[in-house]
Design a protein. Sequence first.
Length: 591
Amino acid sequence: MGVLSVLNFTGEYHLMIGSYSINYLTNKIKILSKEKVSKFILVPTIDQELDQIETLLRDYSDLIDIELIKLDDFEKITEYLFKLGRDEVNNVIDRVWVNLPSKITGNSTIEYNQIKQNIFQQCQKNRIPISSLHDSANSRFHLIPTIKNEKTGIELGISTNKNGCIIGTRLLKEIEVKFWKHNHIDKFLENIVSLRNSLKQLKSQNDNINDDLWYQIGLIAQDEEGWDSSKFNEFVKEEFIKNNVQKFETASRWLAQMIQYYPLRTLNTISLKDLLQNDSNDMTESLVSNTEEKEASFAKEASLNSLLQNISEKLSADKQTIINNESTTTTTTKKQSTVKLVGSGPGSLSMLTLQAIDAIHSADLILADKLIPEEVLSIIPESKQLYIAKKFPGNADSAQQQLLNKCQEGLDKGLNIVRLKQGDPYVFGRGGEEFLQLNEYIATNNLDAKVEIIPGLTSALVGPLVADIPMTMRNVSNEILIMTGTGTGGNLPVYPEYKKERTSIFLMGLHRVEMLVDNLVNDKKWDDETAVCIVERAACEDQRVTRTKLKNLVEVVKIIGSRPPGVIVMGPAVNALVPDNGELYTIKEGL
Ligand code: SAH
């Protein structure tokens, strides 16, 4: 077994022993010289091979020193190991690559095996990393197949830890074609990295801005391994977002949120202007479907999508028949436009209703909440205009206002609009408010339009279900409470008194668990042994279910970080089907 890691080769001197596989040698020198290895000391296998590597020697003449010796001149090789390295490391060679025939491929294998073993032992004794072609017994590391974006350095690699029968290369090819190229990953990486660099430049011009925020939201150069994501979605007060410095902060937060949650297809086209504009007349141009930008078709996940398309076409056809029948009896020509507040369920395609699919397919403009997952967005046809709310915890009001403005603009143009909302529109979705506002707008402006509501499966009920929590069960729980963890304007709502036989479900609470727990335990006297379950990205592929107790909730959230969106479920039902095992917490990954 092995551990994937990233090695820094800058300035190193590498000893390349043997030139048995010219391919291997050429590739290594190409890759390693890009990684800024300063010198290669090459000991070719036999003289004749020199003409085969002539081009290599010519192209990299500054970097390659040739040493013509016999490979069984072991004394000489040992001398090279300790004499030809760079000064900073006492002239010890940094890394050794052995390129000799293996047991399987070579002819005079006995002799080579002996040479390889000797070199390996010498390296191992002196802790010099060594990699031997097709010979894991005589290697301490090896390179793996990767896909790399040269401009940004972002790289994806696969290791099968020698158990995969070269499946790594195959997998990588699939990923390259079906994911990397399909989603224009190169373009997206370059855009995001350049946006980050532009923001960094702005940041350096303003002394008031420290690194803490950038660290918190993950924009600072750092290893993802050690990043504490628990503060990523921390609530930001509205006043904070307003003045000039905060405009930069807001842009940074948006970028971070977009990187984490937006569909990849929208990340190719975001511009610095989009990030810095806080008003409502912004992102449309960059986020709406743009035919030039999208010459390649994104996310048409063949079978399921075409099935959905069929259903939708059928529904539309049925509707058309009704409309046609109606039009024979009426004389009206102008079509009434509609705004549909559509619940899109918790995030899985399988939990979209047929009515929701139909609405999406018959809309002109789709205005989506930030957290609508890519899987759901992927069924929106390319021809539809799509706008996604620019939202992070704390700017909900302005994000809501932007969507409302867009909706009103659409109504003015007589468009059919879908307001795609997560879960159910009327469960913490501001659906009620929107219903009133839109109807008022329609009435005031005397528009021929109507507002419709299409229900969706709410995360408040799906979350517990997918986490094996029966919300009601005889002798366990006879009541369900659905609450928000965040009140209006970031203030705490009034929490209820403790009641044992109840399942309490908190939405929008994960970024404020400290306050939530403090309030429940200290003010409302909840039993701190109450079982708690965090259900994140419920019903999505990367669903995560974490069980703990109320008294440990804050600590556990710090340890596991956050993977929004998530609901917190509390009460004995949490352990009704999955008994408590006494651990600080347990995690179940995936659906
Ligand atoms: N109308 C939505 C709720 C919107 S409020 C509904 O009915 O589900 C947003 C909150 O919903 C998030 O903070 C989170 O608590 C919850 N949520 C939405 N989708 C979720 C999901 N897939 N998994 C877990 N929680 C989710």
